[in-house]
Design a protein around this ligand. Sequence first.
Ligand SMILES: Nc1nc2c(c(=O)[nH]1)N[C@H]1C(S)=C(S)[C@@H](COP(=O)(O)O)O[C@H]1N2
Ligand SMILES: [Mo]
Length: 322
Amino acid sequence: MVFKDLKIKSRDITPQNIFERRRQLLKTATFGFVAAGLSTLSLGDAFAATEDNKKKLSSKLNEQYSVKDKLTSYKDITNYNNFYEFGMDKEDPAKYAKSLITRPWTISVEGLVQKPGTFDIDSLMKLSAMEERIYRMRCVEGWSMVIPWNGFALSHLLNKVEPLGSAKYVEFISLADPKQMPGLKSTVLPWPYQEGLRLDEAFNPLTLLTFGLYGEVLPKQNGAPVRVVIPWKYGFKSAKSIVKIRLTDKQPATSWSGVATKEYGFYSNVNPNVSHPRWSQSMEHRIDGRSILSPKIKTEIFNGYGEHVAKLYAGMDLQKFY
Ligand SMILES: Nc1nc2c(c(=O)[nH]1)N[C@H]1C(S)=C(S)[C@@H](COP(=O)(O)O)O[C@H]1N2
Ligand SMILES: [Mo]
């Protein structure tokens, strides 16, 4: 029986083991069969001792939008974070985001739309088929990760509310609740955390409304219960723990460009040719298990997603619109 070897002792199983195993199985069997098989296995043991928010998500790998780079480990993805609502050190979100309450949770979608609405997170997750997308993520600070996300194109939600012809931008607003988020005491950023995209960027199929990673619902430190992921832009564009999405006709203000306009432009496309005012952006340190002494790798324009997104910026001076 093909699944026999999956009955390993639970202490030997990490979410990553299961994920890798599942991907191998997916290559040799049809998806429905594997999904049905997995749900009846004793894999539950592996998760029994974990938090209830570690629920598995079944999703299908989207090969067209996935890279083949070596994955960053679950441990690194969930312990080296930027989520200033929970502190400024990379280890802070893993330590303090436990206080985030992710149910009940709603997103309101409003502004220049025909059908504004409030979406409950659990029904929102069923709006479209969940996909797995393996994306490169590049932080402006010079490190990068390769993360298997779970979600579906943001366009599915945007289409549901029917944007008006006058809508030109999409604004994302994160939760800002001082009772749950100790980092709000700091004035390093204006709260709530706010980000934005041009409407065509928001509709690009790569822009992912994201509910999980490594096949499980998002850990709180990664922006539970719902965030966006925009892989051709620096990480800070990918707002976490979103409560509001607003369609506008004017370019929205964004938290980071409010603090340092020269350093964090509205577009923030990954671009090795446009330096941050204080450092070069031409190289990156890939966090994927290699030694920290190993050489950095070259950063690619649009983080390597040019074939999908370069057309969005045809004719634009990307030195000016950084
Ligand atoms: N609300 C909110 N969203 C946020 C941030 C934040 O501080 N607050 N940090 C951003 C930055 S700088 C990065 S690099 C990514 C990190 O996402 P990750 O921790 O899931 O890797 O989240 C982005 N989204
Ligand atoms: Mo970042």
